[in-house]
Ligand binder design. Structure first.
Ligand code: ADP
Length: 365
């Protein structure tokens, strides 16, 4: 009984059988009760039968046995068909469920590669598709988690190894204590600090814990504030930022967060543009959206790199970015911040050596 209770297939099978059984009993009973009455009503009134009661009884018995025979053949056919159909239907239902159980157990034990083949288009098929989607999402998340740990370890290893070997040289007296060496150590420590800060920001952004303090801000003011913060660094490279933005457009945003995005884009434009290059920020409103484009005349981006720029730790030119101190997290954070504001961010570039444009949108007020 317990076995039955735990098996959906058997339950369905039995329920079909009970329905068929009840149907048959009802049919049988009504035939048993009705046949004599009908015969009595229709036949007994016939005159000649009244005259021959034996013939009437004989006829009634014959009819009853013929009817029973038909009933037995009908019942046997119905039972065989019902059993066959019940068995087939129960298997159709339990097989995908068992397959889904196997896959979900695999997922629970940390193996995300299993998938179910959806055999039907009904609710069970939809459930199998949902399970596959969940397995795929979990597999992707797990892959990213492993990648993240690897990337973080890799990012920490280089500055730490450099600091360690310099300190060892200083302790052993192989390297003389001079301000340049100390500045080098300070530079590496600052890089580590920036990485830890970025990681902290990234984890907050990825876990969806960005609390936005939205308020109306003038778009042109926002861009000017960000540009102002980088002015001296731009001047050091003999560069300037040209801003073309309407002064009457207001957006409802978290000012600090959008400035953070602009600082990242302007910082990148500065980093990836040779001295003397040009950086322009254009902003405009179209329908219910505001567009901001940061264009530079820098090293550009190859078409196959464009789709990956917003991925964590992605660097288009790895060796150059490492020297420049980039961690490849800035654009990932920027994307999270813009998405949290309900906007979009993307990059375009005609190709290597031909400059790049980073664009984002925000909802207009
Ligand atoms: P990073 O800290 O390395 O700059 P980002 O996430 O900000 O990290 O950028 C990711 C990568 O995108 C960079 O390493 C660089 O290869 C590329 N990139 C970003 N901005 C530009 C740009 N303006 N011109 C060319 N390449 C860029």
């Amino acid at each position: 009984m317990k076995y039955m209770r735990e098996r959906l297939g058997w339950k369905l099978f039995l329920s079909y059988l009970i329905i068929v059984g009840v149907g048959l009993v009802v049919l049988d009973l009504s035939a048993e009760l009705q046949v004599p009455r009908v015969l009595e009503r229709d036949i007994a009134h016939q005159f000649f039968l009244q005259m021959n009661p034996d013939l009437a009884r004989n006829l009634e018995e014959n009819l009853q046995s013929a009817f029973n025979e038909i009933l037995i053949i009908g019942t046997a056919t119905a039972v065989i068909t019902a059993v066959g159909i019940s068995f087939f239907a129960a298997r159709r239902i339990t097989m995908p469920i068992q397959a889904m159980m196997r896959v979900s157990q695999q997922i629970a034990s940390g193996n995300y590669s299993g998938r179910v083949t959806a055999m039907t288009q009904d609710e069970l098929g939809a459930l199998a598709t949902s399970l596959n989607q969940m397995a795929e999402a979990l597999e992707h998340t797990e892959q990213r988690r492993v990648e993240l740990i690897g990337n973080v370890a890799h990012e920490l290893r280089t500055p730490l190894a450099s600091i360690k070997s310099t300190l060892e040289g200083l302790i052993d007296g192989v390297i003389p204590v001079d301000p340049d060496i100390l500045l080098e150590i300070q530079h590496e420590v600052a890089r580590l600090q920036r990485l830890v800060y970025d990681l902290d920001e990234l984890s907050r952004a990825e876990s969806g814990h960005i609390v936005l303090e939205l308020r109306p801000v003038g778009l042109a003011d926002l861009i000017r504030k960000a540009a102002e913060r980088l002015r001296s660094q731009y001047e050091d490279k003999d560069m300037g930022i040209e801003i073309v933005a309407p002064s009457d457009v207001t957006v409802r945003v978290d000012e600090a967060r959008i400035i953070q995005v602009l600082l990242n884009l302007l910082g990148n434009a500065l980093q990836y543009t040779p001295a003397g290059g040009r950086v322009t920020v254009n902003a405009w409103q179209a329908a219910r959206q505001v567009f901001v484009a940061v264009r530079d005349t820098g090293i550009g981006i190859a078409p196959d790199e464009l789709p990956h720029l917003f991925e964590r730790f992605y660097r288009a030119d790895k060796s150059r970015a490492r020297i420049g101190g980039g961690s490849g997290i800035g654009l990932t954070i920027a994307k999270h911040l813009i998405t949290a504001h309900g906007g979009n961010i993307w990059a375009t570039s005609p190709g290597l050596g031909q400059g790049s444009t980073f664009m984002f949108t925000l909802a207009a007020m």
